[in-house]
Design a protein around this ligand. Structure first.
Ligand code: UFG
Length: 331
């Protein structure tokens, strides 16, 4: 019988790709999502879906009483850097309390494995580039702080109750399933690539570049973009790693390449063959200059082999999704 995996946040952007990858690999999947940022249309019909909030322990008990869950993939945190700067309590409430309740239910139902969506934002303004797992974690925004707190909780529940976990620190998740059937749809959208593609579609006139006075070659922020299906695959490898009896740990997941905002716009112009007007705007707050991953540890220990190594190929998948769903899931 196939193993049952719960994906918290399985109706979200990364969650929906995770569910797809698990089903394709032969797992049985339970989705828990309160649809606050996820979409009912993104819920995979081959998974069993429970609509509810992970902060609600009674709701979680109902799910765990019915489902033989063997591991949890936790992807239901809020994740927008500028939003967290404006409303930190929203982030501490949803992210930190949600994690406490999930760990409580894992303890009660003796679920031993947790794979967690952590983030490059836990590193803050790193002194070192590329960023390794040894780079000190000193977040500079409430989102990054909330995720670091979640990582720290995971460490202590392993010590106390033997709940084994892997924190996967994503750099900038991007792209969509190659067939364009699922993809990124946030409301409001704050992420660079979807906003660029909105501009390419003529849904907004101009793209705002938030600051060109950062300590980078062209003055705009440098980020490391990693394809969402490559991220999903890393979770399956991380689960196998824990199930093989290995200790709890963390891995950085990126492409080991940095692109400035200007370079991403250029790449998108090539992919879309559209002009994509852009203008310089003030900084938006909470943005570190450069975030580039050293993912060699994930490659050597997990055997992770990202399939998307070219930024234009990543943007192309997001463009396919956008053309098929100009208004996101409402299309
Ligand atoms: N940007 C613009 N204009 C826009 C949107 C974004 O210039 O309209 C810039 C941002 O200032 C930033 C870069 O594009 O420099 C990337 O911004 P995103 O909002 O796409 O992504 P972030 O780097 O802020 O954050 C993302 C995820 C986080 C994750 C982080 C890891 O949202 O959850 O990547 O690097 F932690």
């Amino acid at each position: 019988m196939s193993e049952t995996i719960m994906v918290a946040g399985g109706a979200g952007y990364i969650g929906s790709h995770m569910v797809h990858q698990l089903l394709k690999t032969g797992y049985d999947v339970v989705i828990v999502d309160n649809l606050s940022t996820g979409h009912r249309q993104a819920v995979n019909p081959q998974a069993r879906f429970y609509e509810g909030d992970t902060r609600d322990i009674q709701f979680l008990k109902q799910v765990f009483a019915q489902e033989p869950i063997q591991a949890i993939i936790h992807m239901d945190a809020f994740s927008i850097v500028p939003e967290s700067v404006g409303d930190p309590l929203k982030y501490f409430d949803n992210n930190v309390i949600g994690m406490i309740k999930l760990l409580e239910i894992m303890q009660q139902y003796d679920v031993k494995y947790l794979i967690f969506s952590s983030t490059a934002a836990t590193f803050g303004q790193p002194q070192q580039s590329p960023i390794t797992e040894q780079t000190p974690q000193q977040p500079i925004n409430p989102y990054g702080v909330s995720k670091l707190m979640m990582e720290q909780m995971m460490h202590w529940v392993d010590q106390a109750y033997g709940i084994k976990s892997v924190a996967l620190r994503y750099f900038n998740a991007a792209g969509a399933l190659a067939d364009g059937s699922i993809g990124e749809d946030h409301n409001p959208e704050t992420h660079l690539i979807p906003i660029i593609l909105k501009t390419a579609m003529g849904q907004q006139d101009t793209l705002k570049i938030y600051g060109n006075d950062y300590q980078t070659p062209d003055g705009t922020n440098v980020r490391d973009y990693v394809h969402v299906t490559d991220l999903a695959q890393a979770h399956i490898l991380a689960l196998k790693y824990l199930q093989a009896g290995n200790p709890s740990t963390a891995f950085n997941l990126g492409s080991n390449q940095g692109f400035s905002v200007q370079e991403i716009i250029q790449a998108a112009r090539k992919v879309t063959q559209k002009a994509i007007p852009a203008e310089i705007a003030p900084r938006r707050g909470g943005d570190p200059d450069i975030l580039i991953a050293d993912s060699s540890r994930a490659k050597s220990i997990l055997g992770w082999q990202p399939q998307y190594t070219d930024i234009q190929a990543i943007i192309k998948t997001a463009w396919t999704w956008k053309q098929k769903h100009p208004q996101g899931y409402q299309s």
